[in-house]
Ligand binder design. Structure first.
Ligand code: OGA
Ligand code: NI
Length: 196
């Protein structure tokens, strides 16, 4: 566990974007994907908005994914396994990097064919509590032609990250602009923020 945490943290320190392949086990990612698909079938996903609770806007020209918030209150064993893993990651991060994270929030995100999320920052203008963004992908058999890459904008370059099963990406929410390129088939992730 600590090894994969350090892979994520070390690559973040080196490149401002942490990447760890196989952050989730194949078993956990497959159960979470099944959960997602069931919730979606039961029409429990919301259109994603931009902004926070008080200033939320559903602007389909900015983002067209659909989301469902994870919650320990659901008593779902796989969601809880995911939260347990995040608890371990946060305590490792806090003890090795003095980050002072005190909470988090995560949602499933489903990008149906043709969906995207235009260039943006993850921090709200009126609330700075989101410190780190963390995205974990649940897509087996993702090919180049499936699109849906995460494009991260660095100072003088951009970086394309394919949403491969079990991979986690980690970066500072207030600093790095990024976008999700059009997905040519359903693209699944758990996206969230570590907060102070
Ligand atoms: C987001 C986001 C990136 C991704 O939800 O804010 O930028 O790769 N997601 O899904
Ligand atoms: Ni984002």
């Amino acid at each position: 566990m600590q090894k994969i945490f350090n892979t994520l943290i070390d690559s973040f320190i080196d490149n401002n974007v942490g990447i760890a392949e196989n952050f989730l086990s194949a078993s956990l990612s497959s159960h979470l994907k099944d959960n997602m698909d069931n919730l979606f079938k039961n029409d429990l996903f919301l259109s994603a908005g931009t902004g926070n609770d008080t200033t939320v806007a559903h602007n389909k020209s900015v983002r067209s994914d659909r989301i469902y918030w994870l919650d320990r209150k659901h008593n779902d064993p796989w969601e809880n396994d995911f939260f347990d893993l995040m608890d371990k990651f946060v305590s490792h991060l806090n003890s090795t990097c003095y980050t002072g994270i005190t909470g988090y929030e995560f949602h499933y995100a489903l990008y149906e064919k043709g969906s995207f999320y235009k260039k943006h920052l993850d921090q709200f203008r009126n609330n700075e509590s989101r410190k780190y963004s963390m995205i974990t992908y649940l897509n087996t058999d993702w090919q180049q032609e499936d699109g849906g890459e995460l494009c991260v904008y660095h100072k003088d370059s951009s970086q394309h990250i394919s949403p491969l099963n079990g991979k986690s990406v980690f970066f500072k929410s207030s600093e790095l602009e990024h976008e999700v390129l059009v997905a040519n088939k359903p693209r699944r992730s758990i996206t969230g923020w570590l907060k102070v």
